[in-house]
Ligand binder design. Structure first.
Ligand SMILES: [Zn+2]
Length: 850
């Protein structure tokens, strides 16, 4: 008995000393904590840093803290595709938590350019500590657990002062689906004793890795496009609060050290962000970071790299909203312990560095409260006055495509950009905008700098090294007809809200003859897919025509869908019902017609209508293929079309029954590993009538492996001096790369792959150096680069000269089948609504495109 008591006493002391050891390791000397608040270790059952914590446990701990403390409020702000909760734990002094709503309302006065406060004594510094946008950079969510504990349980002066002066919002995990994918892997391969050998499976996760979300998108590129539910929820929360400081924690290569801002001056900075963000705030905060990291003996670097220009980054978006966005990078242990060139990197060590930066961020946000709040207030005041000085604004809208207009409007409204529906027609330049499909974004508004981000083209740069994109003009990616309005008078219209976006669906009247659906609607493929799923025969118009409809004589363009009633295998009632359901689903309208006799152009029984084959789509994925491009295809077909596709790993190709499919998609990848037998099998399948669609590097592969008759265009010639200083090599090679820019092309709108386009001008996105020659057949170059095609972004003059006149999209017949080669990625980042139709045409009409 006595022995047992002694043992349990010893055990208790051991546990206590472990808990203290954890606190001593992670937290600054002199920290004191409320014993009633459970430490992360007590809640999880293991010390932080010894396992990768699952998202549900992270959420559970945040909830636990809120239930145990009056300093914390737990909130669910959304959920992921896999139904993991997106949560925020708000921590502040109890009296602030009680009055959170009035603190928020006071805070929003800083954002209102028509109010000036100047005295911030009654205001709080609002800090958003955001973590783990890249799921396989896991140290930061563990740091979030410790940061939450530190501010909820801390009793010492630093914490209590911070809680009086600041509202600290902890978003512990920006990307729960990706994080759990990686955490499961790292935990499953964790050994005892730990294996630090970088070659071990624990340190080399399976394709596609946990960096990305459910659809394999990089959420740290999605703050601008908002293609995903995670980003949409986050941006709603963001605009509810407009935080003053936002952190974005990452991991980099194991052999590196630690990085905090400032990023590389000028070249990596966003052109619309006021200089005092970079010259003032960044340097001010850097002082706090280096002091904290010096204190714990951590090596770091600043100013040399990391891009801060693209507005879709979590550390850049806040800079365009009067806040200070901060990127941090920690050398990764990727796993629990890994060898590096300077000894072993332990998971706990990586966590400690991010925790240290988290605490330094709050320290700085509290000490520099007045500076931050003044910065935000000046930011929005100067934004509106600069916008007023610029005058006018931007008019846009496509009369032929309500779906794409509304998608673009939705984006603007989610970003809180004031937008009006115009009451009257207006002509600007060579464009005519019609009331009903004409919209106006005035420059004189607090979001003026986001307006510039959406509409301005940028072609001059500080330097020529780009980590990612050098162009992000959203209006171009949506292929939105738009013009600068520079008139003196404000244009009249009704300010839009997101609720006003309702699609153009109207219940369709019954026809005993045929229904027509316009193909120039962005969501028409969704309706078509539904009709094909229901087993209806649907035809595509290869020539335009005009015909009498209940709305009078209407013109119908290339690709118009024609659904005859009597030729179907179901009753005319059912045909009407299916057409009605399809158009309701797609938010578009159908026209019932009672005659096949056109007033001009082809009649409905013409041979120029071709029956559409129901696509049965297979996509190769897995190691060696681009998970980004595959994910973009998957997401497009799921969310914009509603079409199931079969995804097959390249090492399972042997199991494919090729006759079950008629369409094959190859995202960028290295397909030589498929082996000659498989490649021959695919060629035979194409000859038998299959449609093969290749993207970027897969196009390159298809050309070099003589899959098709396509050719590469001449590569740009660049003179390399005989000898240069070693230190300049990175800049020299960097300036030759084509880093994400936008170009004008000419589209053959009479070609089935371009059906639905009403203008020959189409912007495309390019971030590669594949130069594809036009087809040797005069009718097969569907999309071709214009001469001098640069619209927005950086490219050197040699590349630009070589690019003009090359092909962006060609098609090449092979037996009864067809290979469709995209040099560019038409689905880039879920933001290229303008070029998505080319890709969907390839799927639905690809077999006719010969
Ligand atoms: Zn990262």
């Amino acid at each position: 008995m006595k022995f047992k008591q002694l043992l349990s006493g010893l055990l208790m002391m051991l546990m206590l000393s472990q808990a203290t050891a954890q606190s001593d390791y992670f937290f600054p000397e002199g920290s004191r904590f409320d014993p009633k608040i459970p430490t992360p270790e007590e809640y999880l059952g293991y010390p932080v840093g010894t396992l990768h914590t699952r998202h549900d446990a992270i959420v559970g701990y945040m909830k636990e803290l809120a239930s145990k403390s009056e300093r914390a409020k737990f909130e669910i702000i959304g959920e992921t595709y896999e139904h993991r909760k997106l949560v925020v734990l708000t921590v502040s002094a109890p009296k602030n938590i009680e009055n959170l709503e009035s603190i928020r309302k006071d805070h929003l006065q800083l954002v209102d350019p028509d109010k000036h406060i100047g005295d911030y004594a009654d205001h709080k510094s609002v800090v958003l500590l955001g973590y783990n946008v890249h799921g396989n950079e896991p140290s930061s969510s563990e740091a979030a657990l410790l940061a939450a504990y530190y501010y909820v349980a801390g009793l010492h002066n630093e914490v209590t002062t911070a809680l009086d002066e600041a509202v600290i919002m902890i978003d512990p995990n920006f990307n729960p689906d990706g994080r759990d994918r990686h955490s499961t892997w790292a935990n499953a391969y964790k050994a005892n004793p730990l294996v630090s050998d970088p070659t071990d499976a624990e340190h080399n996760e399976m394709w596609p890795g946990g960096r990305t979300n459910h659809y394999w998108y990089d959420l740290n590129r999605d703050w601008l496009p908002l293609a995903h539910v995670e980003s949409q929820a986050r941006i709603d929360f963001y605009h509810k609060w407009y935080p003053n400081v936002v952190t974005d924690f990452h991991e980099m290569g194991t052999n590196s050290t630690y990085f905090f801002e400032p990023t590389k001056p000028f070249g990596s900075e966003n052109p619309v962000v006021p200089r005092d963000n970079y010259d003032g705030l960044n340097n001010l905060f850097a002082g706090y970071f280096h002091e904290a990291l010096d204190e714990i003996g951590s090596l770091y670097f600043t100013k040399e790299s990391y891009d801060n220009s693209y507005p879709g980054y979590g550390s850049t978006y806040p800079d365009i909203h009067g806040a200070l966005g901060l990127v941090f990078e920690q050398a990764s242990s990727r796993g629990h312990l890994q060898d590096s060139r300077m000894g072993k990197v332990a998971f706990a060590f990586t966590i400690k560095n991010h925790l240290t930066s988290s605490m330094a961020t709050v320290r700085a946000a509290v000490a520099e409260k007045n500076t931050l709040l003044a910065h935000m207030e000046n930011y929005f005041e100067s934004a509106k006055s600069e916008g007023a000085q610029a005058g006018g604004g931007w008019v846009f809208g496509d009369p032929s495509d309500n779906g794409r207009n509304e998608a673009f409007l939705d984006l603007l409204l989610r970003h809180k950009i004031k937008t009006l529906a115009l009451n009257e027609d207006i002509s600007l330049g060579d464009k005519n905008f019609k009331a009903g499909s004409a919209f106006y974004v005035p420059n004189a508004q607090k979001q003026y700098r986001m307006v510039r981000t959406m509409f301005e083209k940028v072609t001059t740069f500080y330097d020529s090294i780009f980590y990612d994109a050098s162009a992000w003009t959203a209006a171009l990616s949506y292929n939105m007809p738009y013009e600068r309005y520079a008139g003196k008078n404000q244009l009249n219209g009704v300010e839009l809200q997101r609720d006003d976006l309702k699609g153009s669906y109207e219940s369709v009247g019954k026809s005993e003859y045929a229904y027509l659906i316009e193909w120039d609607e962005y969501f028409a493929p969704k309706a078509l897919n539904y009709l094909l799923e229901k087993g209806l025969y649907v035809n595509s118009a290869f020539k335009p025509f005009s015909i009498e409809t209940p709305k009078g004589v209407q013109e119908f363009g290339y690709g118009t869908l024609m659904i005859p009633v009597r030729r179907q295998e179901v009753s005319s009632e059912l045909v009407r019902a299916y057409v009605d359901e399809a158009t309701e689903l797609a938010g578009i309208m159908a026209y019932p017609v009672t005659t096949g006799y056109s007033t001009s152009g082809i009649d409905l029984g013409s041979g120029n209508f071709q029956t559409i084959r129901k696509p049965k789509v297979l996509m190769l994925i897995g190691p060696g293929t681009s998970s980004y491009e595959a994910g973009e295809v998957w997401h497009l077909l799921d969310s914009k079309v509603g079409m199931p596709i079969t995804k097959v790993w390249t090492d399972n190709v042997g199991r494919i029954n090729w006759s079950d499919y008629n369409t094959l998609i190859l995202p960028s990848g290295y397909y030589s590993s498929l082996g000659e037998n498989t490649i021959d099998r695919i060629k035979q399948w194409v000859r038998d009538g299959g449609t093969m669609i290749t993207l970027r590097n897969a196009t390159s592969w298809a050309i070099s492996s003589k899959f098709v008759n396509g050719k590469f265009a001449d590569r740009p010639q660049r003179e390399t001096p005989e000898r240069m200083d070693y230190v300049t090599s990175r800049d020299f090679y960097g300036s030759n790369a084509i880093g994400g820019s936008m170009y004008m092309t000419d589209v053959d709108i009479t070609h089935p792959l371009a059906f639905g386009y009403t203008s020959r001008e189409l912007p495309v996105y390019r971030n590669h150096s594949i130069f594809m020659a036009p087809s040797s057949s005069p009718f097969n170059t569907v999309v071709k680069y214009a001469d001098n095609p640069l619209l927005s972004g950086y490219v050197n003059k040699e590349n630009l000269a070589a690019l003009g006149g090359t092909a962006s999209l060609i098609t090449s017949g092979m037996g009864r089948g067809n290979v469709i080669l995209f040099a560019d990625n038409p689905n880039f980042r879920g933001m290229w609504y303008g070029t998505n139709k080319l890709f969907l045409n390839a799927i639905f009409l690809g077999n006719m495109a010969r």
